[in-house]
Design a protein around this ligand. Structure first.
Ligand code: SF4
Length: 425
């Protein structure tokens, strides 16, 4: 059963008398569990919908609607699938006390992998989940492989019952499912020969594995430093060499680069980022793979829309990781817009200086960085630093921040989105 949270005006749902609190029980006799069932089972033009109204009345509707016409309901969010692993590098373990409860949930959910590109390990799949992935053809999935060697993978995941990943992927691939994969590289565990083996085996798996990224493990001050450490510059260089070796083979054999190092891997290796052309479709840009090149591309593409900021000074708030790379984006941005950009790399006051990603910046640290900055015409903030409800990781709201600082703030994912709205008054 899925509960309706809102009904759009003038929609089919409103016409049927559905309202917030109505329960969608079954479609064509098949019980509904979550948004996947709802979307896939109602994809046809005609279906029987069993509804339980808030007053307990049960109704069966014979629905006929033109393909593509939205039904008009918002559904309560699915209960997140909990993770079955206990990775030493788990981000959740690295969270300080006192944050929003939802942040302490270890999610490992194939449905969010399909829908939003969240990486999942597939270690918590039940037979019914496997059937759904195949029946609904949830492809591509984003899969955290880490190591193809089952012993190493189980060690990394701290899950002695984790199923072997290659046979698992094979079962799905035989039904047409494809995968974007990642390896979070933990030095001394899955780098070196293990990394080579994992890249080799994933590549040899065949075209169903669309690509593989290598991301250096990131820790916070609260992580289990006695069990896991961050890679050295030399270890990152060695990983880059393996990635590029595999990418060169893939390019000659398959015409795509297939293997990618995260921007952070190059940064820690002290190496220049690869050119834009190697990132194929930027499939893992949300995973920090090719982010800088992607931003440069977006700025170029939208150059006309973002012009007209001459004489303005724009602050760019970011985490310290991107702070080192951001000049590569801000220089062309200044040339196109005419504005002067000031980079404001913010140290993470919540997790410690070792957490450098913009997505985890607390609102209070951003507030401190913008305190008294009347000289700025606008401050751009990383779009990923707030959730869908406009909350920073420390629970501060974007509204509260906007009221607390003396400069207009805009959230941005690629600069073009915020600057194309025109100059600040
Ligand atoms: S898979 Fe590992 S890192 Fe991801 S949530 Fe589970 S324990 Fe944490």
């Amino acid at each position: 059963m899925i509960r309706v949270t809102a009904v759009q005006p003038d929609s089919i749902a409103e016409e049927l008398g559905l309202r917030p609190g109505s329960e969608l029980v079954a479609v064509d006799g098949r019980p509904l569990e979550d948004f996947l069932d709802w979307e896939f089972l109602t994809a046809e033009e005609q279906f029987l919908l069993h509804v339980r109204q808030p007053d307990g009345e049960e109704i069966e509707f014979d629905i006929e609607r033109p393909l593509g016409e939205p039904f008009g309901v918002s559904l309560e969010p699915a209960r997140i699938r909990r993770c079955a692993n206990r990775c030493d590098f788990c981000f959740v373990d690295g969270l300080p006390d006192g944050l929003r409860d939802v942040l302490y949930i270890r999610d490992d959910d194939y449905r969010l992998s399909f829908r939003y590109g969240n990486f999942a390990t597939l270690t918590n799949l039940k037979p019914k989940d496997v059937e759904r992935i195949i029946e609904y053809r949830l492809s591509p999935l984003y899969v955290s492989v880490h190591a193809t060697d089952p012993t190493v993978r189980r060690y990394l995941l701290r899950n002695p019952t984790a199923p072997e990943i290659l046979p698992q992927l094979r079962e799905f691939a035989d039904h047409g499912i494809e995968f974007h994969t990642q390896i979070v590289m933990s030095p001394g565990v899955n780098d070196g020969a293990v990394l080579r083996q994992t890249l080799d085996e994933l590549y040899a798996f065949g075209p169903a594995v669309l690509g593989c990224s290598v991301v250096p493990v990131g820790l916070t001050e609260f992580s289990k430093h006695h069990l896991v450490r961050e890679p050295t510059q030399e270890e990152c260089r060695a990983a880059v060499a393996l990635v590029e070796e595999r990418a060169a083979i893939a390019l000659s054999e398959r015409g795509s680069h297939w293997a990618f190092g995260a921007d952070e891997l190059y940064l820690r290796a002290g190496l220049e980022l690869p050119p834009e052309a190697i990132y194929d479709g930027f499939d893992q840009v949300e995973n920090g793979v090719g982010s800088i090149r992607w931003l440069q591309q977006r700025i170029r593409t939208h150059h006309e829309a973002i012009a007209g900021w001459e004489g303005r000074t724009i602050g760019v708030v970011t985490g310290t990781a991107m702070g080192r790379l951001m000049p590569m984006v801000l220089e062309p941005l200044a040339a196109i817009t005419g504005a002067r950009f000031e980079l404001l790399p913010v140290v993470n006051s919540l997790f410690g200086a070792s957490v450098t990603t913009a997505g985890l910046l607390p609102g209070t640290a951003v507030q401190d960085a913008l305190r008294g900055r009347r000289d700025l015409d606008l401050a751009l903030l990383p779009g990923e630093s707030v959730n869908d409800n406009g909350l920073f990781i420390d629970g501060m709201s974007a509204e509260l921040l906007a009221a607390a600082v003396p400069v207009e703030i805009r959230f941005s994912k690629d600069f073009a989105d915020a600057l194309a709205m025109g100059a600040a008054a």
